[in-house]
Design a protein around this ligand. Structure first.
Ligand code: UT7
Length: 333
């Protein structure tokens, strides 16, 4: 029996970052840190911060409209909307439903996906399955985060690292010799304790004590996450290449999760890629979690760094702990 699987690709990309820039120098007035420490340990110079009335679904809406325009797709054509986020507007309804309403995408199902900073790559892989199965033809995948809303501004270990933003892609079936070649998803829940927001869920509901203890803010063991990240980036890239029957020599461009320039440089070295063929925006946006990969992808496309037929590898890691790799043969009409 011949089973016809449709291969999914990206047909439109959009990005949005808030206007407000917060430099490392501004942070020096908030916590005991320095521009020198932040730049040398993470590569970050500045990040974007949402306006007072701006939340995750607002940024997702702006990025999504651009992605739809880029794809020449109307909101009504969307079958499915996925927002990968760790900072939804509220616990429920899903931010994806708020986005669906904002877009007027009246024919689309919508849900949020929670997989730490790896969420966007997870989201793309879910979209690819829907498209391959023929259950959906046109899917919007967004990575959107208001990380500054969950930071403890007294914790210098974390508050200097993150920023806000959103990126979106429209995915559809593409010609057989283009699109997603392989995907690998991984998780290690035993490391969940290294990166978390302890309260606000069913385990530790919100109370005066949880607020007083700053338990609604992000907590991280940076060293442990760093060790995991380095392994995850290596494993994520080698596993997707193995699955696709390709080697490091076949990779044209890498779009890694933007958490720390040292982690990105390590991953580039393992893939034998010069930094010109690696997307980097951590210096300007910090770690925007699920938004980092689509933001970096959009920037690289706009700069003409990715062309039709290129093998592009996306790799990421994050809370969960989770990691993922995705290899896509770029399609442009
Ligand atoms: O998307 C996933 C999210 N997370 C990550 O990807 C984070 C992965 N981890 C990292 O990127 C790095 O571990 C960090 C950037 C967080 C830290 O860099 P590091 O080189 O691993 O530094 P460290 O944790 O070993 O800390 C070195 C020192 C410590 O002081 P002591 O204990 O050696 O006296 C910290 O207290 O730097 C101190 N420190 C700071 N100093 C100035 C920590 N944060 C700051 C700060 N400014 N903001």
């Amino acid at each position: 029996m011949k089973c016809e699987v449709k291969r999914a690709g990206i047909v439109g990309v959009g990005a949005y970052v808030p206007e407000r820039v917060m430099t490392n120098f501004e942070l020096q007035d908030i916590v005991d840190t320095s521009d020198e420490w932040i730049r040398s340990r993470s590569g970050i110079r500045e990040r974007r911060v949402v306006a007072r009335d701006e939340a995750t679904s607002d940024m997702a809406l702006k990025a999504s409209r651009k992605a739809l325009d880029d794809a020449g797709v109307s909101p009504e054509e969307l079958d499915l909307i996925i927002i990968a986020t760790n900072t939804p507007d509220m616990l429920f309804p899903a931010s994806a439903c708020l986005l669906q309403d904002g877009l007027g995408a009246k024919n689309a199902g919508a849900f949020d996906l929670l997989a730490g900073c790896t969420g966007f790559i997870y989201g793309m892989s879910v979209a690819a399955q829907f498209i391959a199965a023929g259950t959906a033809r046109t899917v919007l995948v967004t990575g959107a985060e208001t990380m500054t809303s969950i930071l403890n501004w007294q914790d210098r270990n974390t508050c200097v690292l993150f920023g806000d933003g959103a990126g979106a892609v429209v995915m559809k079936p593409v010609p057989e010799d283009r699109g997603i070649l392989s995907v690998v998803l991984g998780s290690d829940g035993s490391g969940g304790k290294f990166l978390k927001i302890p309260a606000g869920g069913s385990r530790l509901p919100a109370s005066a004590d949880t607020v007083a203890g700053a338990l609604h803010s992000l907590q991280m063991n940076g060293r442990e996450v760093y060790k995991f990240a380095v392994r995850a980036m290596e494993e994520g890239s080698s596993a997707v290449l193995r699955r696709a029957g390709l080697t490091v020599d076949d990779v044209d461009f890498m779009v890694p999760h933007q958490a720390n320039i040292r982690i990105i440089e390590h991953a580039a070295k393992k893939l034998n890629l010069p930094m010109e063929r690696v997307a980097v925006n951590v210096d300007r946006y910090g770690n925007t979690s699920t938004a980092s990969v689509p933001l970096a992808l959009e920037e690289s496309l706009r700069a003409g760094k990715i062309k039709d037929g290129d093998n592009v590898i996306m790799v990421g890691f994050g809370a969960g702990l989770t990691w993922a790799g995705l290899l896509i043969k770029w399609y442009s009409e």
